[in-house]
Design a protein around this ligand. Structure first.
Ligand SMILES: *Cc1c(COP(=O)(O)O)cnc(C)c1O
Length: 416
């Protein structure tokens, strides 16, 4: 590469023995690229978050459901949580055993609940009504309940999933009613869970959430686990010097709170966390191509193949993703410009990077959208009848391997 604005991927040797330009030549554009070493590192980091025997980390398939990444996570000793029968299906396919899966259901049909019960997978229910449904479907069974302790956190109101203004969880004021339903159907409550929301960068809110859920847990004597949920943030603004979540600090506080609580509870039970994006976000980069550069009424637009059908986060949550620029020939012009990097979808909201100051981008440049490994491919669609991109994994030797094919035009006719 003659010119590359690539500090982040250069520092972590993201592309191994290859380059973004070679990758696009071989596998096409746009393209999701994952780095196996980074994925494994994140799994290891969280596995060792606290020094406690009965600690498990759940991979959230919701954030990235590629079968190959799931297998890596399983190989690293992670468990998995599922949000749907489809996620259960893929997890079993990846080799997770039923006891390693927790189905965190939300407003599901009797058939969906049955799907998990038939496969011996623990179900977490989200309301009294769904607890009743569980009781009718599986009387005498073991069940988990998601509580909403009234604490929420998140980077955008759409992803705050705890607190008094969300659809999630059971209000702890209903504990007597919960107990009545448990008794009526002879159910054993073996776990409680919560998920306060996404992307905390400071452990304070998370610890507060944990304290509230542990207080709720004290109402139930036979628990086998408590699940604290996810939301561990990653620095999406590395190019601006954003710092990482301090796992040492979080781990130390967490360990203190847990050990203290176990003493009061009278036995050591399993503790779970569900750090969806923390595990997969940073191992993924989305590559695209700048096809057309133009000025419209004073604003410069870099037109790419990175529409929101490929990466939805910027449009859906106003999310920031750092951007890198790779060029095969010619040097950087030395100019910096404020540009909009946009996609090819017929909507004006189709913007990947809004009014971003970057070195001059030329037609033909390859654009790398960083930290796209979570909520990237899995939220992509065929909107505008565009084809979902291929996915490639840079393996531990640094070589690329196709791990999901690009859609074909024929895929657009499936089902007709
Ligand atoms: C989405 C989700 C997670 C993971 O959230 P992140 O923001 O990716 O950490 C964990 N648990 C539940 C129940 C979720 O819905």
């Amino acid at each position: 590469m003659q010119y590359a604005f690539n500090e982040v991927t250069n520092t972590n040797q993201f592309y191994g023995n290859t380059t973004p330009i070679e990758l696009v030549k071989e596998f096409g554009s746009p393209l999701y690229v994952y780095n196996e070493a980074i994925l494994r590192e994140r799994c290891k980091e969280l596995k060792s978050l606290i020094n406690y025997d009965k600690f498990t980390v759940n991979y959230s398939v919701k954030a990235n459901g590629n079968l190959h990444l799931l297998k890596v996570a399983r190989d690293e000793g992670l468990n998995a949580d599922a949000m749907s029968p489809g996620e259960i299906f893929v997890e079993l396919e990846a080799g997770f055993t039923p006891d390693q899966i927790l189905y965190i259901s939300n407003n599901v049909s009797a058939e969906e609940m049955q799907y998990a019960i038939d496969r011996n997978i623990t179900v977490s229910v989200d309301s009294l009504s769904q607890l009743e449904l569980y009781g009718k479907t599986n009387p005498g069974g073991k069940v988990c309940i998601r509580f909403n302790p009234g604490v929420g956190a998140g980077h955008h109101e759409k992803v705050v999933t705890g607190g008094k203004k969300t659809k999630f969880g059971v209000d702890p004021a209903l504990i007597p009613n919960v107990k009545a339903v448990l008794e009526e159907y002879d159910l054993k409550l073996i776990g409680i869970n919560q998920h306060i929301g996404s992307l905390f960068m400071d452990s304070y809110k998370y610890i507060e959430g944990i304290k509230s859920v542990l207080a709720i847990a004290e109402n139930f004597a036979d628990l086998e686990f408590v699940d604290f949920g996810g939301g561990f943030g990653i620095p999406y603004r590395k190019q601006y010097g954003e710092r990482r979540l301090d796992l040492n600090e979080l781990g130390t506080r967490l360990e203190e709170v847990i050990k203290d609580w176990m003493k009061r509870y009278g036995k050591d039970i399993t503790v779970k966390v569900e750090p969806g994006r923390y595990i997969s976000a940073e191992c993924g980069v989305l590559l695209g191509t700048a096809h057309a550069v133009k000025h419209n009424y004073g604003m410069k637009y870099v037109g790419t193949d990175l529409g929101f059908n490929v990466l939805k986060r910027p449009v859906m949550y106003d999310s920031h993703h750092d951007v890198e620029i790779y060029r095969e020939e010619g040097a950087a012009s030395g100019k910096e410009e404020v540009v909009n990097i946009v996609g090819n979808i017929c909507e004006s909201g189709d913007i990947i990077a809004n009014q971003r100051k970057l070195p001059e981008i030329l037609e033909g440049d390859i654009i790398g959208v960083l930290d796209a490994g979570a909520y990237g491919y899995c939220m992509s669609s065929n909107y505008n009848n565009r084809l979902r991109p291929a996915e490639v994994l840079i393996d531990l030797e640094g070589n690329p391997r196709l791990i999901r094919k690009r859609d074909t035009l024929e895929d657009l006719l499936r089902g007709f």
